[in-house]
Design a protein around this ligand. Structure first.
Ligand code: LMR
Length: 396
């Protein structure tokens, strides 16, 4: 059965971690996988999460299965974090929230749920997008359509081209949107642009599918869901896949959620049961640990504040690094303008290098980044920023 199976090449993003680990160059820099790093280059367990883990260790008295949809408090706080406690969709019980294994698990379950109800549904996906979006959507049976999103020459959104392509999207189609901190380019829709997308969805009838993996790492917890909240206020139906990997640092705990906003409470409730049923057929029940931590933190005002404070520190650090890299490159006297990096949001930006230049950075300078020249800004620190800037200048 397995005689003729071919070896699969390493994942273009996750594979970078192993390569970095095996590199013996003391100057090596890891700007690959999108995990938050502190000044010391570590991906820390957040302070409030550590405290919650202690509480959980003392109070958890069973490892029996949890409810299929996830713990009630987790679902309540996730809905509120995404939409705001006063949002009409929550008040009217038109939003079903279901715990799923991380952002990817949420994306896949949501896609699978839609595809089972409506096989061959088209999903419009930004070009570029996160590498894993395409297989996550297509292996669920959704049919991919790409819409232009980013202009590599000007480092700006191709908004007109995007909207032109989205004119093809109609009732029964999904449009996948990055809620904030676009992965990989860091260029987000402005408030006016979100408004235009909401109006197009209203006019044409397509359903937005919002991937929200970086809430709190762009401009703020509330600011980063401006677009989602607008869509959920103006449209009857929205699909959301959210993740606590980055904003709670719960990467390995696989903690995320699917949210289905529907036209009526009955429709939302029914959709929730279908999402749960879909998950049952894929992996049965969700992992408990991360969801329990999120609920403990968000349910305790002091812990919640501590989490919010640390998230703010993380966001400020990333934004500071963006400015510092731009300044450092400028100080090298090069002609190329990198100031766009300062205006982009979240963990990622493209450096705008060719594949050959990226290869040189990896092979000759031990600077690890995705082949598209995407960097994880959080991997920069005071001790590597000079070497990084010199190396970029050298490959240019
Ligand atoms: C990334 O884009 O680097 C992260 O979302 C990690 C991953 O799974 O690819």
């Amino acid at each position: 059965m397995f005689q003729s199976i071919e070896r699969r090449p390493p994942d273009p993003i996750l594979g970078l971690s192993a390569a970095y680990k095996n590199d013996t160059n003391p100057k090596k820099v890891d700007l690959g996988v999108g995990v938050y790093k502190d000044e010391a280059g570590s991906c820390p367990v957040m302070r409030a999460v550590k405290t919650a883990e202690n509480t959980l260790w003392q109070t958890e008295d069973s490892k029996s299965y949890i409810a299929q949809a996830g713990p009630e408090l987790f679902l309540k706080y996730t809905g509120e974090l995404l939409l705001g406690a006063d949002h009409a969709a929550l008040k009217d019980k038109r939003a079903a929230v279901v715990l799923a294994p991380g952002g990817s698990g949420s994306l896949r379950v949501a896609a699978e749920f839609v595809a089972r109800g409506a096989p061959n549904t088209r999903i419009f996906v930004s070009d570029p997008t996160w590498n894993n979006h395409l297989p996550l959507m297509s292996s669920a049976g959704l049919k991919l359509e790409l819409y232009p999103y980013y202009d590599y020459a000007s480092h700006k959104l191709s908004f007109d081209k995007m909207m032109h392509k989205l004119q093809d999207a109609r009732q029964g189609d999904l449009v996948l949107l990055h809620g904030c901190c676009h992965n990989p380019c860091g260029a987000d829709l402005s408030r006016e642009q979100w408004q235009a997308v909401a109006e197009a969805a209203q006019r044409q009838g397509f359903t937005p599918f919002v991937d929200l993996a970086y809430q709190g790492l762009g401009d703020g917890l509330v600011e980063d869901v401006y677009g989602l909240r607008l869509l959920a206020s103006t449209l009857p139906e929205v699909v959301v896949a959210s993740s606590y990997s980055k904003n709670f640092g719960l990467y390995r705990e696989r903690t995320g959620a699917v949210m289905i906003v529907a036209g009526t409470a009955a429709a939302a409730e029914a959709a929730g049961t279908q999402v749960v049923g879909t998950a049952r057929e894929m992996y049965s029940v969700p992992p408990a640990h991360g969801a329990a931590l999120v609920a403990l933190v968000l349910d305790n005002p002091a812990l919640r504040q501590e989490w919010d404070d640390e998230l703010t520190e993380m966001r400020n650090r990333i934004n500071g690094l963006r400015a510092a890299l731009v300044a450092k490159l400028k100080s090298k006297g090069i002609a190329r303008d990198f100031s766009f990096i300062q205006h982009e949001k979240g963990m990622f930006s493209f450096l705008g290098l060719t594949p050959e230049q990226v290869k040189k950075l990896v092979n000759d300078y031990s600077i690890y980044l995705v082949g598209s020249s995407r960097i994880n800004v959080a991997g920069i620190n005071k001790s590597n920023i000079g070497y990084l800037a010199d190396s970029i200048v050298a490959v240019l």
